[in-house]
Design a protein around this ligand. Structure first.
Ligand code: HGY
Ligand code: MN
Ligand code: MN
Length: 410
């Protein structure tokens, strides 16, 4: 049966039920917390792996902790999926919806009698958010050979390394071993909630991604001198936190001054952290993004200069340690067109959007595997329990994904 004869019919009720079932893992009824390589993320893989196994897929977990469910025999596979981990106190749709819609697409194709002419792998990448170890896009980075050196030694706040977390799950602790052989993946499709307001404002359920912004992650350490809060005159201080505060306001001003650039300081730590001690040291995170490579580079350069300048003015030592840096990533034009056609076949004239959020599709595309993303309208922002996606929009996304997957694989 060729792709043209196949009429996959998705089941919104089944999809809605699975969204709720998955949200209960790491959920407290309000928010979802399913950190990378945690027992909660593993429980999510077990739940989704069970659904895929029941469809006849051969389900495995690779050395990095990625869930890979393969339909069909040998040869380059068409991959579809997203991630199952979340940020702290996150929503129930970020990542999870892409995995569940890929499951729904595979299930509706099988139910419509489709035979996969080429293998299909439904994937859930481990630790996309990097919320625990500070290394985003980790699982897809391992699979596509794009992990930074020393990744397995990255540690969480309790000092547990990625290698130790993998061993606790029963793996050997060598994420590099998950690297896919060259040519193993023919294409990668990812559905994801938009996480921003554009589709909602446009009144359209779906969008197709043209490019994903470049993302620079770093940790800034500021060293001053701890002193007595009562006996140290203001002009005799080397207050690391006051210095860090001046730096992060400079970061905000620099990002505001340049169109299309965003910069965020989301983490801040102070030592020794007592009300009657002048802070001796402070550490803060940097997340800088832009759709234009030159603007991103210039902003990073200016931020480094501002950190140095404030440090010199205040007698503070400062270091900027780069955690990860992913370039602006244009996605595959042919697969973009495929999503546009599939959306049109479902009656949606999908606008083309640049993604301000990072996604695993970047690692696929940058490793030479053609990748494309389909956005589904979401409301309430994202990386917050307010994040929401209507089941009707999610089901429409799954139907478009099923059509695209059917055209590539059947
Ligand atoms: O941070 C991001 O853009 C993605 O949600 N991990
Ligand atoms: Mn995501
Ligand atoms: Mn996210």
């Amino acid at each position: 049966m060729s792709a043209a004869d196949v009429r996959p019919v998705v089941d919104p009720a089944r999809l809605g039920k699975r969204i709720a079932e998955l949200a209960a893992i790491g959920g407290n009824g309000r928010a979802v917390t399913r950190l990378g390589l945690s027992v909660e993320e593993q429980a999510a893989r077990d739940l989704v792996g069970g659904w895929l196994g029941a469809l006849g897929a051969s389900v495995r977990r690779d050395a990095a902790g990625n869930l890979i469910a393969r339909f069909g025999g040998d040869g380059p596979a068409v991959l579809a999926g997203s991630h199952l981990d979340s940020v702290l106190d996150g929503g129930r749709f970020d990542g999870a919806l892409g995995v569940l819609c890929a499951v729904e697409a595979a299930e509706s194709l099988r139910a419509a009698g489709a035979r996969f002419r080429r293998p299909v792998e439904i994937v859930a990448w481990a630790d996309e958010e990097g919320a625990r170890f500070g290394l985003g896009l980790y699982g897809s980075g391992a699979a596509f050979g794009r992990l930074p050196a020393g990744a397995a030694e990255r540690r969480d706040a309790l000092g547990v390394s990625i290698a130790e977390a993998l061993r606790a799950l029963g793996e050997r602790g060598e994420p590099e071993a998950a690297r896919l052989p060259a040519g193993a993946a023919a294409a990668y499709l990812e559905l994801h909630i938009e996480q921003g307001p554009r589709l909602e404002r446009a009144g359209v359920a779906l969008g197709v991604v043209s490019d994903i912004v470049g993302i620079f992650h770093a940790r800034v350490t500021v060293e001053g001198r701890a002193d007595h809060a009562g006996t140290t005159a203001m002009d005799a201080r080397r207050d690391a936190l006051a210095g860090a505060a001046a730096m992060l306001l400079a970061v905000e001003a620099l990002a505001r001054s340049r169109e299309g650039v965003v910069a965020t300081v989301g983490e801040l730590a102070v030592r020794p952290g007592a009300k009657n001690v002048v802070p001796g040291a402070a550490t803060f995170s940097l997340d800088v993004r832009a759709g234009d490579a030159a603007a991103l580079e210039a902003t990073i350069r200016e931020i480094r200069a501002a950190v140095r300048r404030v440090g010199d003015e205040r007698g503070l030592r400062s270091t900027v340690d780069v955690l990860s840096s992913v370039p602006v990533t244009p996605l595959d034009q042919a697969l973009r067109d495929l999503f546009m056609r599939a959306a049109a076949a479902e009656g949606v004239a999908a606008p083309v959007l640049v993604s301000g959020a990072g996604h695993d599709a970047m690692n696929a595309q940058l490793a030479g595997v053609p990748a494309a993303m389909l956005f589904v309208r979401s409301t309430g922002g994202s990386h917050t329990p307010r994040e929401h996606c209507d089941t009707a929009d999610a089901a429409l996304g799954a139907a478009v994904l099923a059509r695209a997957l059917g055209e590539l694989a059947c």
